[in-house]
Design a protein around this ligand. Structure first.
Ligand SMILES: NC(=O)c1ccc[n+]([C@@H]2O[C@H](COP(=O)([O-])OP(=O)(O)OC[C@H]3O[C@@H](n4cnc5c(N)ncnc54)[C@H](O)[C@@H]3O)[C@@H](O)[C@H]2O)c1
Length: 370
């Protein structure tokens, strides 16, 4: 069985990430080693809990943990202050002390929400992440960004609050939809493009095994992805500089999500479209040569791309870009590839380049069936 571990060192603490098939059944004993507490709060969504709750609760019970569970409805609509308020009620009812871990069992929504509760309840309780989507395993569970949404925008209320332990069981991906898996693969490929050329080459060889949900290959690829993410967040935990490279594909990706009311794309699907646009802009700006652009695009094209919805216009996307929080001094800041494993932050002043790249995506996708 393939098993990997890594340490993430932040300013305030160092935490361990364990990636191992069937790791869910070890959660009770792992937490016993870490926390001198008897009680814990476990937050999940109803779908994930129905699939994996029993296994996790059995492992915790075996080590005599007294666990209060709090379940939210699956999906982004739960990620708000009203739902957080109900979770605080559960935390109060659980009579947690300061050493009691707050455990997130679920995808990015559960992770972000639980992290927000852990960061704020009793001025901070230890956070444990058990991410169950590929996106959460390779991205949101590590790095400490926690948040809830506000009607005025996504993730507007939040903090940087690193977990104390992350436990990743790649076998849970067996129940994940193909669409969700593919969206997570996009974030994985991102690490190869932005900072790890040997991982990029590995992905060129092995992407098909990942697309087929092979657990051994996924375990290795999750490790490589988190190795990159850890290096980046260790250098710039608070997103003052380097961490912004993680936003490759996200500038136009976020605008696409916003222009379609956050209902049409999965995050990774919009980011994939944003990556193609960023590659076009990088070539047109003279930052990336065409041969490398073709090589990067070839790998990305192996992940199914979501068709642009009928009626979407480049103008609608650009309007959303203008409102992007990454916009500085009237310029839109993009993360653009300059090679394989390297990117540059670039203030793109010529809006025509952006418009052309978005139109390319919309047109290429509109011509395709399905
Ligand atoms: N904190 C960060 O750094 C960061 C980074 C990227 C994204 N995010 C956030 O992550 C969220 C998206 O996360 P997501 O894509 O994981 O979505 P999600 O948490 O909504 O999960 C997607 C769906 O998959 C289901 N699911 C989860 N695990 C499953 C499994 N193993 N088997 C079957 N079904 C399963 C869930 O019930 C849900 O219906 C967004 O809110 C985004 O803002 C945060």
């Amino acid at each position: 069985m393939v098993s990997h571990e890594l340490q993430v060192k932040t300013k305030s603490l160092t935490y361990r990430v364990l990636i191992e098939a069937n790791a869910l059944s070890a959660i009770g004993s792992e937490l016993r080693l870490l926390f001198p507490a008897t009680r814990a709060l476990l937050i999940s969504d109803t779908k994930v809990f129905s699939l994996y709750g029993e296994k996790v609760m059995q492992s915790l019970a075996k080590e005599k943990w007294q666990v209060t569970t709090a379940l939210i409805r699956p999906g982004e609509r739960s990620k708000n202050l009203a739902c957080a308020s109900r979770l605080y009620d559960s935390a109060v009812a659980a009579e947690l002390d300061r050493n009691a871990p707050v455990i997130a069992l679920g995808g990015g929504v559960v992770g972000d929400m639980t992290g927000f509760i852990a960061a704020t309840y009793m001025r901070g309780l230890p956070l444990v992440m058990i991410p169950t989507t590929l996106l959460a395993q390779v991205d949101s569970s590590v790095g400490g960004k926690v948040a809830v949404n506000h009607p005025g925008g996504k993730n507007l209320i939040g903090a940087i609050y690193p977990p104390r332990f992350v436990l990743i069981d790649p076998l849970v991906l067996n129940t994940l939809s193909k669409r969700q898996l593919n969206a997570g693969l996009v974030e994985m490929i991102k690490y190869g493009i932005i900072e790890d050329s040997s991982f990029f080459a590995w992905l060129e060889e092995n992407l098909d095994n990942l697309l087929q949900n092979d657990s051994n290959y996924l375990t290795s690829a999750i490790y490589s992805s988190l190795h990159s993410k850890a290096r980046i967040v260790e250098t710039d935990e608070f997103e003052l500089d380097l961490r912004r490279v993680l936003n490759f594909g996200h500038t136009i990706g976020h605008a696409l999500e916003a222009a379609t009311g956050y209902r049409y794309y999965l995050h990774g699907e919009a980011v994939l479209a944003g990556m193609f646009a960023a590659i076009d802009i990088a070539v047109d700006s003279g930052l990336l040569n065409k041969v490398l652009a073709v090589r990067i695009s070839k790998l990305l094209k192996r992940v199914p791309l979501k068709k642009a919805p009928a009626g979407l216009t480049a103008t609608a996307v650009i309007d959303k870009l203008r409102q992007d929080k990454k916009r500085q001094d009237n310029k839109i800041i993009f993360v653009l590839p300059t090679g394989i494993g390297s990117v540059a932050m670039n203030a793109v002043k010529d809006e025509q380049l952006i418009r052309k790249a978005v139109e390319n995506y919309i047109k290429a996708q509109a011509d395709k069936p399905g």
